[in-house]
Design a protein around this ligand. Structure first.
Ligand SMILES: *Cc1c(COP(=O)(O)O)cnc(C)c1O
Length: 474
């Protein structure tokens, strides 16, 4: 019985001769189409063996088409961030400004003067491109851009402290997340870690006692990016460490992580240390990320004394950690917005931080009106956004969010995360991208602060699709 049912299934060869499959071969290539076809036939055979009737050629061909749509689709695609976490590392950190996107597109289309000295008509250096801007913005003598802040720290320690000692407070032996732990990076660089002070209290004299005029290469300070040190605590100010370092001609390095150029305080947030402050406090080397509060592309910024930056630039590791032309173009464009005093208007991360409350309330109400037809009970409620991205831990910004009352917010959140990922709806991925929301007090919250204004239409489409798909289950 099952044998005769199995025989009803068409062969790969027969299906390949159909017009529909020929069209799929033309569109997706023979290799991908054959893989999909074989997988569909395998599934069909299993279905027959488990007692189901054999599917006809038409159904098998349609299924092959659906499978190809999924197989031929990139696994990385845009999403909507409705979580209210502005710098969300899992969602790609800083969205780029229009100016940065344009600069990156322009430089990637054709050739550029990436390493070409136009005056000399000869080979130049890619490292000049962002360094002038960085120096003008921060007062640093020189600057170097590498792949990310983790590589900035690794390069600096390797080039300046390998087989020598680095002093660091016990309160700063931190894990940033994503596997970046200061003691591990230190080991990788070949530097010897010398812990000073205690977990909660460290004084300048702790550094002074551990310091060895010959063996100490660097005094390192690491910003507590993602946790707060409170209670009975003490850490010396950067300027105090600089006085000690100067006495023995030992450079002080400040790993800021987020490293902002704009002050966060006027926007109701605590003070996040700025790069300019560290430079003017006398740090010899300051490291920061390009895609945290700076709001640019992924990059690691190293700023500081000219002789040290020169050493880093010449180290073989610098070549391995170098950035490409699109990063440099995007970073330059981002830095130019700061220099022109337009950062708060142009750079998405800062636009999100500075969005007025009334604007947030208005957008949440607009979403509410647009989703009225779904029949789901919802309300615009006060909530809190956070900056995220290893900056300002525990700090929040007041916001207005749209809160949906559904039987299972978790099930709805899961549907929204997956977007319209079913093969049948594959083309909708662009029109209605997947969305990440937040769940609070058993409600699903959508925070307008982190949703780009041009994504309003897409958000409504994604919400409607998820709410209408399985109303009984959500
Ligand atoms: C985020 C962070 C890093 C790592 O930066 P990436 O750009 O993610 O490589 C290093 N140090 C500190 C203090 C940080 O906050």
């Amino acid at each position: 019985m099952r044998q005769s049912e199995l025989r009803k299934l068409p062969s790969v060869d027969r299906l390949l001769q159909t017009e529909d499959i020929a069209r799929l071969v033309e569109q997706h290539g023979r290799g991908l189409t054959l893989d999909a076809l074989r997988a569909v036939l395998d599934d069909a055979r299993q279905a027959v063996l488990s007692g189901q009737p054999a599917q006809g050629a038409e159904a098998l061909i349609a299924e092959t088409g659906r499978r190809l749509m999924v197989d031929a689709r990139p696994s990385l695609y845009p999403m909507i961030n409705a979580t209210g976490v502005i710098i969300h590392t899992n969602l790609g950190r800083a969205p780029l400004s229009e100016r940065a996107r344009r600069a990156m597109a322009q430089v990637s289309v054709g050739y550029s003067n990436l390493e070409y000295d136009i005056l000399a008509g000869a080979r130049g250096s890619r490292y000049i491109h962002a360094s002038d801007l960085l120096c003008r913005l921060t007062g640093a003598e020189d600057a170097l851009v590498v792949n990310n802040n983790a590589s900035a720290v690794l390069l600096t320690l390797t080039a300046l402290a390998s087989e020598r000692q680095v002093l660091i407070s016990r309160s700063q032996l931190v894990e940033i997340g994503g596997g970046f732990r200061i003691p591990d990076v230190m080991r990788q660089s070949g530097a010897e870690l010398v812990e000073v002070g205690t977990t909660n209290r460290t004084y300048v004299h702790d550094y002074a006692e551990a310091l060895h005029p010959m063996h100490t290469a660097i005094i390192l300070r690491v910003h507590h990016s993602n946790f707060q040190l409170t209670g009975f605590v003490h850490e010396p100010a950067l300027a105090e460490l600089v006085i000690l370092g100067d006495e023995y001609a030992i450079p002080v390095m400040d790993d800021l992580g987020s490293g902002t150029l704009l002050d966060t305080e006027p926007y109701g947030l605590a003070h996040e240390p700025t790069i300019q402050e560290s430079i003017s406090a006398g740090a010899s080397i300051v490291t920061a990320s390009g895609d945290k509060l700076l709001g640019g592309p992924q990059a690691g910024l190293i700023l500081g004394k000219a002789d040290l930056i020169h050493k880093l630039r010449r180290h073989p590791l610098a070549r391995a950690l170098r950035v490409d032309k699109t990063t440099l173009a995007g970073l330059q464009a981002t830095l130019l917005a700061y220099l022109e005093g337009k950062a708060a208007e142009e750079i998405p991360v800062w636009r999100m931080i500075t969005t007025p409350l009334e604007t947030l309330a208005r957008r949440a109400r607009k979403w509410q009106r647009a989703l009225k037809g779904t029949g789901v009970p919802m309300d615009v409620v006060p909530a809190e956004s956070t900056v995220g991205g290893g900056s300002l831990p525990g700090q929040t910004l007041p916001t207005w969010a749209l809160a949906l009352e559904v039987p299972s917010p978790d099930a709805l959140a899961a549907r929204l995360r997956q977007g319209t990922r079913e093969p049948a709806q594959a083309p909708d991925l662009v029109e209605a991208p997947p969305l990440v929301a937040r769940i609070e007090d058993n409600r699903l919250l959508l925070d307008p602060r982190t949703v780009l204004p041009e994504q309003d239409g897409a958000l409504i489409k994604t919400m409607e699709a998820a709410l209408s798909a399985q109303p009984t289950q959500v």
